[in-house]
Design a protein. Structure first.
Length: 308
């Protein structure tokens, strides 16, 4: 009796094996036992307080004592409150401006630090340092610079526009917030861009040089298109983080002058101090949904990038 060993039959056997579902590995019950402490802590410290906050957003609670169920009234007031809409507009505007500054600066720093320059490793270490310093410390240092150092220097050289602190100007204070936030956030974006740039083969640049491409053409037609996925990840991740800006704003302006630089996070904490507990819990729920949507978008893009 002859056995059919033709390539077509061999391919059918291989396809049949691949089509069979893989048996799932049995998980030992002891693993769940080790998971219980972390799950209990997460539930008690995060999940339960979050659910209680959502519940109180439908009440008139001031944070203690009795309360009454008022339904969606807090949410209706929130969406019709001009001051809160200005706070959201300021927060989104600051996040967008900072994202642009951070990604432009980080990309050019990454390109410079991946080129053949001297002391490249040392420079990478220096540029990463702002990322490991506390945001509130950075804010207090720059608050002194903007309030004392820069006005003193400007007055000594006769430069009138900077003789007064821009932190006291409601129309210019946001610039200081963007610059300081970008100063701290740039290293993280730069590291992501460095990881992306080292994946581009050198042969691509060599071939483009032989074709007469200028450095700007290489940047716009080779570098940026080949790391576009990383750019998108940096933009979404940065925007999500900058929406929650709090420490730097507190250290620089404390939301002032007046309420000109108050972010959503600051409004929530200030509301807790003044008895607007239920109202600010509704604000927290809306803010959480916005950041959750951005986080889900970031996760989907990250998974798509990882599967390429």
């Amino acid at each position: 009796m002859t056995t059919d060993t033709s390539p077509s039959r061999t391919n059918r056997r291989r396809s049949h094996r691949l089509a069979q579902p893989r048996t799932r590995r049995r998980i030992e019950p002891v693993y769940y036992l080790f998971l219980l402490p972390a799950l209990a802590l997460f539930t008690l410290c995060i999940t339960f307080p979050a659910l209680m906050g959502i519940f109180f957003s439908f009440t008139d609670s001031v944070g203690f004592g009795g309360f009454h169920w008022i339904g969606l009234k807090n949410y209706a007031v929130l969406f019709s409150d001009p001051s809160m809409l200005r706070v959201y507009g300021f927060t989104i505007g600051i996040a967008l401006a900072t994202v642009v500054v951070v990604n432009i600066v980080a990309l050019f720093l990454a390109i410079g630090l991946t080129s053949n320059i001297r002391f490249r490793t040392l420079l990478r270490t220096v540029f990463v340092l702002p990322m490991v310093v506390s945001a509130i410390i950075i804010a207090f240092v720059f608050q002194f610079i903007f309030s004392t150092t820069l006005p003193g220097i400007a007055e000594s050289i006769g430069f009138a526009p900077l003789t007064h602190s821009i932190l006291a100007d409601p129309h210019l204070a946001w610039i200081a917030i963007v610059l300081v936030t970008a100063w701290q956030a740039t290293p993280q974006a730069m590291l992501i861009y460095i990881a992306a740039l080292v994946t581009i083969p050198d042969d691509v640049y060599e071939a483009s040089s032989l074709d007469g491409a200028s450095p700007w053409q290489q940047l716009s037609r080779i570098t940026v298109p080949m790391i576009s996925g990383y750019v998108l990840i940096n933009v979404i991740l940065g925007f999500k983080n900058f929406l929650s800006s709090y420490d730097i704003i507190v250290g620089l302006t404390d939301g002032g002058p007046g309420t000109a630089t108050r972010s959503v996070a600051m409004s929530i904490f200030k509301g807790f101090e003044t008895g607007d507990y239920a109202y600010q819990m509704a604000n927290s729920v809306i803010f959480f949904l916005i950041t959750l949507a951005i986080a889900v978008l970031h996760l989907r893009i990250s998974r798509g990038k990882a599967s390429i």
